[in-house]
Ligand binder design. Structure first.
Ligand code: SAH
Length: 344
């Protein structure tokens, strides 16, 4: 069975031809994608025998809502979906003054093993297809009853470890007859897979690249992120500089502040030395504490001191507003809890 959301208009054109159906049916079937439906009965403009035929070839309920949690503080909503093969993923709806943004997962689980991240704890299930990624956006847009204007690929998984599906997703998400989301309103976050970053730059897509840095030097970075043992900071930052040069777009760095580990003043100064002169923005995120980890969130004073040091040295930095803190909105936290309940 194929995933309805994986089918492009060209795929539908071919299918209707094989099925000896009139060619206009292709567009009709494809047109339902941005509406985020999960059952064929809703395709009200199709005859029932065609809807029935579709059920024999395709799965449309590719995301089964397992839980939805809405933050009482800021309206952030977290969706836990079960995939037909049993894997669990998470997506988050964030409401900003400029509109709705959805944070999607790119893989069920993650292979990167960052020590502070809950996504790794539950292991790796599989890559998500481009349709699985589109379905997250479409399903949430539908559930919220409002348009989604921005997408961040910062949920579970490492998007550049699922390269081809990521690129297909990006090529489909701005289809005017589909979700119609501008690539300029999309961010892709990577832990720093250097060869894939080089390739990604060459795709020339006007999306924002976010790089999870989390450390001012290789020594600390290697303690936190196994990927840093494969690619050092010199190579990583060279790939970032190349991206800025080739695309003219600024890079966003993610820096999670962990008490006593990477949040001291000398760390901030070392970071300044590495980033000085780069067209970049640093997102400081007081680390979310996860179960089973000794890491503690940096205190307000340390966060302020770190931010001050960067901004006074001319580096653009913001402290990320913590959204949905009451619903464990941070990556992978809820999925892990659910799986922990299932496998005590
Ligand atoms: N694999 C990608 C995207 C997923 S994670 C990447 O590494 O960028 C999205 C961001 O949240 C990353 O910057 C990640 O390092 C950060 N993150 C993960 N767990 C966190 C935690 N417990 N506290 C703060 N930030 C965390």
């Amino acid at each position: 069975m194929r995933n309805y959301y994986d089918m492009t208009l060209t795929d539908w054109q071919q299918w209707v031809k094989e099925q000896n159906l009139p060619s206009y049916r292709a567009k009709q079937i494809a047109a339902w994608l941005p509406r985020g439906i999960n059952n064929w009965a809703e395709m009200s403009d199709l005859p029932s025998d065609l809807r029935h035929r579709l059920t024999g070839f395709f799965t449309i309920d590719v995301l089964r809502l397992e839980h939805k949690l809405v933050s009482q503080i800021d309206g952030t909503a977290k969706y836990i979906f079960r995939l037909p093969d049993g894997n669990i993923i998470e997506s988050v709806l964030l409401k900003y003054h400029h509109g709705q943004s959805v944070c999607i997962s790119s893989q069920a689980g993650c292979r990167m093993g960052c020590v502070f991240c809950a996504s790794t704890g539950a292991g790796f299930g599989r890559n998500l297809s481009h349709g699985d990624m589109l379905a997250q956006v479409a399903t949430i847009a539908r559930d919220s009853g409002d348009r989604v204007g921005h997408v961040v690929i910062m949920g579970i998984g490492e998007p550049l470890d699922n390269y081809d599906n990521l690129i297909s997703f990006l090529k489909r998400v701005n289809d005017p007859a589909g979700l119609n989301i501008s690539l300029r309103h999309i961010s892709v976050s990577t832990c720093g897979l250097v060869p894939e970053m080089l390739k990604f730059t060459d795709e020339g897509l006007p999306v924002t690249l976010s790089v999870s840095l989390h450390a001012p030097n290789d020594e600390i970075r290697r303690q936190l992120m196994p990927i840093a043992r494969r690619y050092g900071m010199d190579d990583l930052l060279a790939a970032c500089r190349r991206h800025i040069e080739r695309t003219g777009r600024r890079i966003s760095f993610e820096y999670s502040l962990i008490s006593g580990v990477n949040d001291r003043l000398d760390h901030a100064k070392a970071l300044v030395a590495r980033l000085k002169g780069m067209l970049c923005h640093v997102n400081l995120i007081p680390a979310n504490e996860i179960e089973g980890s000794d890491f503690r969130q940096s205190g307000r004073k340390a966060v302020r001191q770190f931010w001050n040091c960067l901004t006074r040295s001319g580096i653009n930095a913001t402290v990320r507003r913590e959204l949905g803190s009451d619903i464990m909105a941070a990556c992978g936290q809820l999925r892990r809890r659910i799986e922990a309940c299932e496998n005590p």
